[in-house]
Structure formats: C-alpha cells, structure tokens
Design a protein around this ligand. Structure first.
Ligand SMILES: [Zn+2]
Ligand SMILES: [Zn+2]
Length: 213
C-alpha cells in the first residue's frame, strides 16, 4: 500500500480510486467547458447559453474577463493538457501524435488521450498527483465562469423532525445570497433562527456519533 499522491488515502497505485474517477470526470468535462467559455466571450454567438441568462445582444458591450481569456487563449487549457499528454506519452514510451486542428479539437484529443491512459496514470505514473491537481485547478477556474455561482449550498441532511423518528435525509440547501434553508426532498423550510437551532442539533448529533464510535 502507498499513499494516493493527491489525497494520501491508501492505494495500490499512485492515485486512489476516488481521485482517479474525479480526474477522469474533469478531463471528460473540460472540452464542453471550453466551448461554453468561448461562447461566453462571444455574446452574439448562437451557442446555447449555459448560464441560463438571456444572451446579450450583438451590440452589448463585451465584458472581457481576463481569467477566461487566460484559460482559452493559446497557453491556456489546451496547451496544459497537450503538455501533460506529451509527458505521459514520453514516460510510457508511446509515440507522440503532433497536435492538429482547431483549439477545441486539440483539447478534445488531448483530454481523450489522457483518459485513454487513466489506468497507467493511476497505477504507475509518478506525475499522476501533479496532473490531477492541475486538471482540478483548470476545472475549478472554468467552472467559476460557467456554473452559476448562485447554485444553492449544501448545508446538511434533513434529520428527523421533532416528534418523528424517521429522518428525511433530503439535501438541506441554502440558496445563494438567501437566508432560508430548504429541504430539497420534502420542502420543509427553516428561517435564520430555526436554522441556527437545527444546525446546533446536527452538530450535536455528529459529536455524539463520534464519541459513540
Ligand atoms: Zn486520492
Ligand atoms: Zn426533508
């Protein structure tokens, strides 16, 4: 057993199963995120707007975001993944296919090329931890611009209501900028003070669980 290069959990390879799955998912997500980010810089484009907001008209001023430009410009996510793929091919003794085509195509091929070797990455590649961390960073940076930041925050799981022994177990969500916590399963809502009381109960339960364990 060795420690996962990302999370230090025990593993028989370089990365644990969870970190490998996450890396694979991030690599699978990045090409579509790239397309969405490119669209973000072209308000008049016909590409569906994943932000869920009304697209700005062609005459609207273009709010150019430097972070986004860094991500999609040459040297951004395409170059980073191609560089990793090249390093992987060198270490694994595989021929290195020169990049070709437009940026979106190059990113698709680089991401797919890395995913094709996830087993090697997980089991053998010493650079696996650095790769996983850098890909996670890119994914986070891209998600900041694509995934609406107004997604509700998961604040806990709905325990049993007073007078009931059965826990609901639904996700307790706090809307972005909101103060009312709501259970996504049964719809129960908690105002600020009620939520504070419930949170104390949740924390108490966790502490009890730990001391009982
Ligand atoms: Zn791990
Ligand atoms: Zn509930």
């Amino acid at each position: 057993m060795t420690a996962c290069l990302t999370c230090t959990r025990d593993t028989t390879g370089r990365l644990c199963g969870t970190c490998t799955l996450r890396l694979g998912q991030h690599l699978a997500d990045l090409p579509a995120m790239y397309t969405a980010l490119s669209a973000y810089l072209r308000p008049s484009s016909q590409v569906p707007d994943r932000l869920g907001t009304a697209p700005a008209g062609p005459d609207a001023p273009l709010p150019v975001d430097l972070d986004v430009l860094d991500l999609i410009a040459p040297g951004g996510v395409v170059t980073v993944l191609e560089t990793w793929r090249q390093a992987l091919h060198e270490d694994a003794g595989l021929p290195w296919p020169s990049p070709w085509g437009d940026q979106a195509g190059r990113l698709r091929r680089a991401a797919l090329g890395l995913r094709d070797h996830l087993a090697y990455i997980q089991l053998d590649w010493l650079a696996a931890g650095d790769l996983a961390r850098e890909v996670a960073q890119l994914h986070r940076a891209a998600a900041r611009h694509i995934a609406p930041t107004d997604r509700p925050t998961l604040v806990g799981r709905h325990p049993a209501n007073p007078g009931s022994t059965e826990a609901c177990g639904g996700r307790l969500e706090m809307p972005y900028g909101g103060v009312i916590v709501r259970c996504a399963r049964c719809g129960t809502e908690w105002g600020q003070l009620q939520w504070l009381a419930l949170r104390r109960r949740l924390e108490q339960t966790r502490t009890d669980d730990r001391s009982a364990a």
